[in-house]
Design a protein around this ligand. Structure first.
Ligand code: UT7
Length: 329
């Protein structure tokens, strides 16, 4: 029997200093603070303004903080996974750029694209490197510069997204703490509801695609909302029942931060009291692959060794799922 689990032994988040408030957005599109706050829970979001900087630079900031916090040398890192849908460029990977910038010269590195589920899909992937016994130090970063895909003439989407990165270190654990289980899904039947319409191999960039704003996020909010509620709550329910635990056994839920109403209904469905639900959407909006680790970072001072923690996400694909962790420190 394999007695080694993959545990998170450090977490560090980073977001740029510049902020876009609801009031500022109301000067760009026909919206207002009351609508945005009541429909989404978002008050402001961060933006990486410096045009010289991109997603890999945010990933670097998160990893540098993580290495310092965990007293780890960059050259000891063996694998780096960057969960992102906003790599600096289509290729080379954001992870390759990130690894070289931090001096991780003994690591191999790759990107993982699963939109808002990127962190949980990445965590399940990263955990396999540890439990295989072959790797001892794996870094997973969720990093997205969502403002690079945001259309500031479209009120349906530009109010939702922001920029951030957050990283975790995974190491072997012999005490039974760390990643316990994952329930992960994809179903692309309704992929058109949430996508970037052009710029991929199916529809390369042309003057027409640029003119039609097809290089910005497209989302049909209502159908995505409905299926996100069911998807996140359903996956979380499945992981609880599969592991014979109930809401009473959960110390914290760290949900993807897309909409406060989706977060609340997932928590309600699991029977969790509000203090068990980690929420920071009001400060950052939806930072896609970065929401869960950034929230984990901001709430980690409350976590105790052995705490049962549930992660849950829903995003483009559709892709969704939930994970069950036992906090390791
Ligand atoms: O992270 C990946 C997964 N994504 C999600 O989970 C997001 C899921 N969807 C949502 O969070 C919500 O659907 C939104 C926040 C995107 C939209 O909220 P909604 O309550 O579903 O609003 P709606 O799209 O149904 O729009 C209601 C009304 C419409 O006006 P009419 O047709 O009723 O006159 C919209 O045009 O609100 C209008 N509206 C706005 N009004 C002011 C849409 N956006 C805005 C806005 N400000 N920014």
């Amino acid at each position: 029997m394999n007695t080694i689990t993959a545990a998170i032994t450090g977490v560090f988040g980073w977001a740029p200093e510049d902020v876009i408030t609801n009031e500022e957005l109301a000067q760009m599109v026909d919206t207002n603070d009351e609508w945005i706050t009541s429909r989404t829970g978002i008050k402001e979001r961060r933006v990486l303004k410096n045009p010289q900087l991109s997603t890999s630079d945010m990933a670097v900031k998160a990893i540098e903080g993580l290495l310092k916090q965990t007293n780890t040398k960059a050259e000891d890192i063996e694998v780096i996974i960057v969960a992102t849908i906003t790599p600096d460029m289509v290729f080379p990977s954001c992870a390759a750029l990130t690894a070289t910038k931090i001096g991780a010269k003994n690591a191999f590195a790759f990107d993982l694209n699963s939109a808002c589920s990127g962190f949980i899909f990445g965590l399940e992937t990263a955990a396999q490197f540890i439990t295989s016994g072959k790797y001892k130090k794996v870094i997973l970063v969720g990093a997205d510069k969502m403002t690079s895909l945001s259309d500031y003439t479209n009120r349906n989407t530009c109010i939702l997204f922001g920029d951030a990165a957050a990283a975790v270190l995974l190491e072997p654990n012999a005490e039974g703490n760390g990643v316990i289980d994952a329930v992960l899904h994809v179903d692309s039947n309704n992929w058109e509801h949430l996508c970037l319409r052009a710029g991929g191999a199916m529809k390369p960039a042309t003057h027409e695609t640029v003119d039609a704003h097809e290089h910005f996020i497209h989302q049909e909010g209502q159908p995505v909302f409905k299926i996100a509620v069911n998807g996140m709550a359903g996956a979380a329910r499945d992981i609880l029942s599969r592991n014979n635990i109930t809401g009473d056994d959960i110390a914290f839920l760290i949900p993807h931060q897309a909409n406060k109403r989706i977060i609340d209904s997932t928590g309600h469905f699991l029977g969790l009291t509000p203090e068990k639900i980690c929420v920071n959407i009001e400060k950052y909006g939806n930072t896609t692959a970065a929401t869960i680790p950034l929230c984990m970072y901001e709430f980690s001072h409350k976590f105790k060794k052995g705490d049962n923690i549930i992660l849950a996400a829903f995003g483009a694909g559709y892709s969704w799922g939930a994970m069950y962790l036992k906090w390791a420190y």
